[in-house]
Design a protein around this ligand. Structure first.
Ligand code: FDA
Length: 300
C-alpha cells in the first residue's frame, strides 16, 4: 500500500458518517429485511445463491442479542416463504459471546434449530482471535446435533489455522475459507500477504482433498485460479464446493466464475448497524476510500 493509500485508510475513522454511508452503499443491501430480500431475488435471477447477514457485532445487552435472534428467525421464515436461494450468516459476538459464553451458545443453537426446521443452513462467521476457539467449539457441538445445517469459517491469516484445520478434517467440516479481515497482532496472525496466500492454498488443498465442503471466499483472482486448478485436478463435483464473494466487490469476476459453471454465493449484509462493516470494506479498498478523502477535502 502506498503512502497516500495508508493515509486514506488511517483517516477513515475521522470521516463523517454520512459520507462513509454514501460510499459504502454498494456493499450493503439496505437497512431493512425487505431491502435484502429484493437484493437476494436479483442475485438469484442471475444464477447466484446468497447468504444473509444482519449487520451488528458485540451485543452489549441480552436484549440486543435477543433482538438479533428474533430477526434471524424472521429471515429464515421469509427465505422459506419467498423461496429464496439463501442461507444465513451469524456472528457469535452479536449473539452475546462477550456477555456469557453459554448464553451465546443457546442463542446460536436456537437459530440453528430453526434453520433445520426449514431445511436451511447457518454459517457461523469468524470474528477476531478472542472468539476463534469458542466459535470452533460451538460449531463442533452443533454439528454433532444438527449435522449439515451448520458450518463455520476459517481465516488463512491466523498462525493456528493449519492446526485447526487438521483437527476439523476428521469431522468432514463445512468451512468457509477466507483470508481474514480483523487487525491482529503479529504473534497471532501472518502479516505478509504472500504468506497468507500460500497458507490459503495449503489449507484449501487439505480441505478439498479430505472431502470437506468448502466455501472458497475470495476476490483474489490468483486464488480463484488456484482453486479452479484443484477442482479440475481432483475432478470435484460442483456440489462439493462453492465460491463466495461479498456484495459489491468485483462483479465481473463473479460473472466469470458463474459462466464457468461453478456455484457462487454472495454475502448480503443489511441492517441499521452498517458503520463498522462499511469501515472495514473501505479500508480494504483504498481506491474507494480515496474518493471519500477527496470528497471531504474538496480535492479533484
Ligand atoms: P484481497 O484482499 O487480496 O483482495 C483481492 C482483490 O479483491 C483486491 O485486489 C480488490 O480488487 C478486490 N477487493 C477486495 N476487497 C474489496 C473491496 N472491499 N472493495 C473492492 N474491491 C475489493 N473475514 C473474516 O475475518 N471473517 C469472516 O467470517 C469473513 N467472511 C467472509 C465472507 C465472504 C463471502 C467473503 C468473500 C469474505 C469474508 N471475509 C471474512 C473477508 C475476508 O477475510 C477478506 O478480508 C476479504 O475477502 C478480502 O480478501 P480477498 O481474499 O478478497 O483478497
Amino acid at each position: 500500500m502506498g503512502f497516500f493509500d495508508k493515509l486514506v485508510v488511517w483517516s477513515i475513522p475521522f470521516v463523517p458518517k454520512p459520507i462513509v454511508g454514501f460510499f459504502s452503499k454498494k456493499y450493503i443491501a439496505g437497512s431493512k429485511l425487505e431491502d435484502a430480500v429484493r437484493k437476494v431475488q436479483e442475485l438469484n435471477k442471475q444464477g447466484m445463491m446468497a447468504t444473509l447477514d444482519l449487520l451488528g457485532e458485540e451485543s452489549q445487552s441480552k436484549e440486543k442479542a435477543e433482538e438479533a435472534v428474533a430477526e434471524y428467525f424472521k429471515m429464515l421464515e421469509i427465505i422459506d416463504e419467498y423461496k429464496l436461494d439463501s442461507n444465513i450468516s451469524i456472528k457469535p459476538t452479536q449473539m452475546g459471546l462477550f456477555i456469557d459464553k453459554e448464553y451465546c451458545f443457546q442463542n446460536v443453537e436456537k437459530i440453528v434449530r430453526e434453520a433445520k426446521k426449514y431445511n436451511n443452513f447457518v454459517r457461523i462467521d469468524m470474528e477476531d482471535h478472542t472468539a476463534t476457539s469458542d466459535t470452533i467449539e460451538f460449531y463442533l457441538r452443533l454439528k454433532e446435533k444438527y449435522g449439515k445445517h451448520v458450518g463455520t469459517v476459517i481465516q488463512a491469516y491466523l498462525r493456528r489455522t493449519s492446526a485447526d484445520i487438521n483437527g476439523l478434517l476428521e469431522h468432514k467440516a463445512n468451512l468457509r475459507l477466507c483470508k481474514g479481515i480483523y487487525v491482529e497482532p503479529r504473534a497471532i496472525a501472518y502479516k505478509d500477504m504472500s504468506i497468507i496466500n500460500e497458507n490459503y492454498k495449503f489449507n484449501l488443498k487439505k480441505l478439498l482433498s479430505n472431502d470437506c465442503y468448502v466455501g472458497i471466499a475470495t476476490h483474489d483472482e490468483k486464488l480463484v485460479w488456484y482453486a479452479l486448478s484443484l477442482i479440475e485436478e481432483q475432478q470435484l463435483k460442483h456440489e462439493k464446493y462453492e465460491f463466495q464473494m461479498l456484495l459489491g466487490v468485483d462483479e465481473e469476476l463473479r460473472k466469470i466464475i458463474i459462466d464457468g459453471g461453478h456455484r457462487l454465493r454472495v454475502y448480503v449484509p443489511y441492517g441499521k448497524d452498517w458503520y463498522p462493516y462499511s469501515v472495514r470494506r473501505l479500508k480494504e479498498n483504498p481506491k474507494m476510500a480515496g474518493y471519500v478523502f477527496r470528497n471531504i477535502f474538496g480535492l479533484r
